[in-house]
Write a protein that binds this ligand. Structure first.
Ligand code: ADP
Ligand code: F6P
Length: 323
């Protein structure tokens, strides 16, 4: 292979730049030129590509975000856009594509694969909802940011004897809420997989009060049916007496920003470099993921057709610890 391209797509994740750097370094080592596609699939369809530059990568490899930019580009679901992307790659003499991104982005990868172009995905999303990989680039950083935020909320909540509803990211996968809830000792954990109706949330918070807790925290996934707004509305409209003062915090995009942790830099470096080698070795139509502390290649067909389940035993542990 003489030339490959890489695109960062969907929600950005801390560690994407470290992955780009390792892809470039591995490419250079193997004598492969690496082109960077700007602005996700939108840039791919427009043929917006530049050769990656050593200096820019070195300067940004430890920063969050992605120097290539990213995009949500719904048009890529259309076959016509996908075929144009493949044509652009071939016209630029690109022989293989790496897609750094989450679940939606890997659906795009699979489409490109089915059009006969060699592609390898690289697992990257703070949600950790990609099937087949234990963890993805960005998850560890997001979790650490959430935990630090919950610790900070805890001290002010205790001073004022308040209950906080804290919204975290995750969409339809409750991993961030569950892990941060367990690690911070939250009183309530709400995920789309294990929903809780508002009266049940109130009961748990009141029980915490009766146990003598000076404050309480409910961690809620942004994609839960009973999200923080619904629970807040219920408490404000239906309850004459709520044992704590109530506050709501939406952590938002701070969870996706900032420099990657040691683990995310390591994971990104391993997945990026391995994916280049794999392309060179003729692998295609797979996702470079992480299983039992090693790189593993999962067929994209499985990634897009199977659902990652949230661990029931972990959820039970969370329930037990929150009492
Ligand atoms: P993430 O990759 O972080 O999950 P999205 O779900 O927003 O983020 O997906 C990123 C992009 O991937 C979308 O904006 C779109 O361009 C592309 N994409 C998503 N779903 C599909 C699909 N079914 N087929 C082709 N491309 C898709
Ligand atoms: O998929 C990553 C994610 O951060 C989700 O956790 C969150 O629900 C969503 O993206 C936010 O999307 P946007 O960045 O488009 O506001």
């Amino acid at each position: 292979m003489k030339r490959i391209a890489v695109v960062t797509s969907g929600g950005d994740a801390p560690g994407m730049n470290a992955a780009l750097n390792s892809i470039y370094q591995m490419g250079t080592d193997l004598g492969i030129e690496v082109m960077g596609v700007r602005r996700g699939y939108e840039g791919l369809v427009e043929g917006d590509m530049v050769a990656l530059q050593h200096r820019e990568l070195r300067e940004n490899m430890n920063e969050g975000g992605t120097i290539l930019g990213s995009a949500r580009f719904e048009l890529f679901k259309d076959e016509e856009a996908q075929l144009r992307a493949v044509r652009n790659l071939r016209d630029a003499d690109v022989e293989g594509l790496l897609v750094i991104g989450g679940d939606g982005s890997q659906r795009g990868s699979f489409a490109i694969h089915r059009h006969g172009f060699p592609v390898i995905g690289i697992a990257s999303t703070v949600d950790n909802d990609l099937y087949g990989t234990d963890i993805s680039i960005g998850v560890d950083t997001a979790l650490n940011t959430i935990i630090e935020s919950l610790d900070r909320i805890g001290t002010t909540a205790e001073s004022h004897r308040r209950a906080f509803l804290v919204e975290v990211m995750g969409r339809k996968y409750g991993y961030l809420a569950l892990m941060s809830g367990i690690a911070s000792g939250a009183e309530v954990i709400i995920t789309p997989e294990f929903e809780m109706e508002p009266p049940e949330v109130v009961r748990e918070l009141h029980l915490a009060h009766e146990r003598g807790n000076r404050y309480a925290i409910a961690v809620v996934t942004d994609g839960a049916k009973n999200n923080v707004r619904k629970i807040e509305e219920y408490i404000r409209e239906h309850l004459d007496e709520f044992h704590f003062e109530l506050r709501v915090t939406i952590l938002g995009h701070v969870q996706r920003g900032g420099p990657p942790t040691v683990f995310d830099r390591y994971l990104a470096t391993r997945l990026g470099s391995s994916a280049v080698q794999a392309l060179q070795d003729g692998k295609k139509g797979v996702l470079a993921g992480w299983k039992c502390y090693e790189v593993e290649y999962i067929p994209l067909e499985d990634v897009v057709s199977k659902r990652k389940e949230l661990s029931v035993s972990l959820w039970r542990l969370g329930q037990m610890l929150s009492k």
